[in-house]
Design a protein around this ligand. Structure first.
Ligand SMILES: [Zn+2]
Length: 429
């Protein structure tokens, strides 16, 4: 039974609203084998979206203004390499030794008479420094890779061999960029021809978003988010091939839903609160980007993005870190609201990992929004990260619960409209 006072709920009810059973059920369901690892463009993510929609409905959230439901659907083109025929000096190259990056054309054809020539990877220099020099050159080029780099070549094959995601405008380019990497000892070749095809499919993606309209400052938005997609079915390890993504990021999605439940019950948000589960984070952050483009970033007062809170942080129990801590006073406001509790927020201890720009807060942050990611993951030593072992059984539910409750309490002055974090300097376009 809930204890409702005139001003809403008293603070101790947080343990009833964000209960262990509630949180456990969310995270277990999202990370169950039934959801097949929630891979973007798979039936598993559709199931996960339906589950989140159902939770939003039960909580009593409203759809985004102008929307009829919680799904925010948009489309992308999935590009899957189909065939490739490549020859050097008139001799066919084994397809196992070819990988093409950047190609969005259904039919790609060029040779040494109309392409942008060769790039010969110097085996005495680092692969990556040479790669960075040509990656964004927007050229149609053949890159000859010495067998010394075969490990790196195989990694490229893993990354580009599966294909890519594109927009309409990428498909309309008359001369799409394409780097054709060839693993070969024939680094002196002078002629080439390339002919490759892609299978292109237009497929839906969907964020799931719900709103609690603000009472007196409805035009000021506060966003709570977590990405609900994960890697789907991956290479089997033993009998297991489902990357359940319990920590990454069923834990953050769970937090976002539990916070929606809490603030709806609290019923005192002066600002408008948006709760969103992002799709396609793992394949390039497409969900967060689309979502951000539908809003006016100047109206977004703060964004709480939650990523991987399933295991204790390096600072110990009752701690979490905030990426980009020093870029605004968001973290200081949160910490101020936690005075008298055992919980503390810390600056990101892994600045070299570039986490601030690696998660879904990055798009809005680049537009000036104090948009930060809250996490407890020990990313530098997390052996389960992006493995089939990132399962519910590996999680510390107490850590998840304490982190969600800390976020709930620490955000309260931003939700009520009494604190406004400083803006982050906009990134030049
Ligand atoms: Zn991930």
């Amino acid at each position: 039974m809930l204890c409702i006072t005139a001003g809403g709920l008293s603070a101790q009810d947080i343990n009833k609203i964000i209960s262990k059973e509630y949180v456990d059920n969310l995270i277990k369901t999202l990370s169950s084998d039934d959801m097949q690892g929630r891979g973007t463009f798979t039936p598993g993510i559709d199931k996960a979206a339906s589950f989140i929609e159902k939770e939003f409905k039960t909580i009593g959230l409203k759809p985004l203004p102008g929307a009829t439901g919680f799904r925010q659907t948009f489309y992308k083109y999935q590009i899957t390499p189909a065939t490739s025929e490549v020859s050097l000096n008139g001799k066919a190259v084994d397809a196992a030794n070819v990988v093409i990056s950047g190609n969005t054309a259904e039919n790609l054809k060029f040779d040494n008479t109309n392409g942008d020539g060769f790039y010969r990877m110097n085996p005495d220099k680092g692969f990556m420094e040479q790669y960075r020099g040509i990656a964004n050159a927007k050229k149609q080029m053949v890159v000859l890779v010495d067998p010394k780099f075969s490990d790196t070549f195989n990694r490229l094959k893993g990354a580009f061999g599966r294909g890519s995601i594109a927009d309409e405008k990428d498909l309309q380019q008359t001369k799409p960029a394409a780097l054709v990497f060839i693993l070969t000892t024939d680094t002196a070749a002078s002629q080439f021809s390339v002919s490759a095809t892609n299978k292109i499919a237009k497929l839906p993606l969907f964020n799931v978003a719900g709103v609690i309209p603000g009472k007196s400052k409805a035009k000021e938005l506060v966003v709570f988010s977590g990405h609900y997609d994960h890697l789907g079915i991956t290479k089997p390890v033993g009998q297991d091939s489902i990357a359940n993504g319990a920590d990454d990021d069923a834990s953050g999605t769970t937090a976002m839903i539990a916070l929606a439940k809490y603030y709806k019950k609290l019923n005192n948000s002066e600002r408008t609160l948006i709760f969103v589960a992002f799709t396609a984070e793992e394949i390039g952050g497409f969900g967060a980007r689309y979502f951000s483009e539908q809003l006016n970033p100047d109206e977004v007062v703060a964004m709480f993005n939650i990523e991987m809170i399933g295991k204790e942080s390096k600072f110990g129990k009752n701690t979490a870190f905030i990426t980009g801590y020093e870029k605004s006073d968001f973290g200081k406001i949160l910490q101020k609201n936690l005075q008298g509790t055992p919980f503390t927020f810390h600056p990101d201890p892994y600045p070299q990992q570039n986490l601030f720009y690696r998660s879904d807060n990055a798009t809005l942050a680049a537009l000036g929004v104090p948009a930060h990611t809250i996490s407890t993951d020990q990313i530098d030593s997390d052996k389960l990260y992006h493995s089939v072992k990132d399962e519910y059984s590996s999680l510390d539910t107490e850590n998840i619960l304490s982190t969600i409750k800390a976020i709930a309490k620490s955000a309260i002055s931003i939700v009520k409209g009494t604190d406004t974090p400083t803006r982050i300097p906009k990134l030049a376009k």
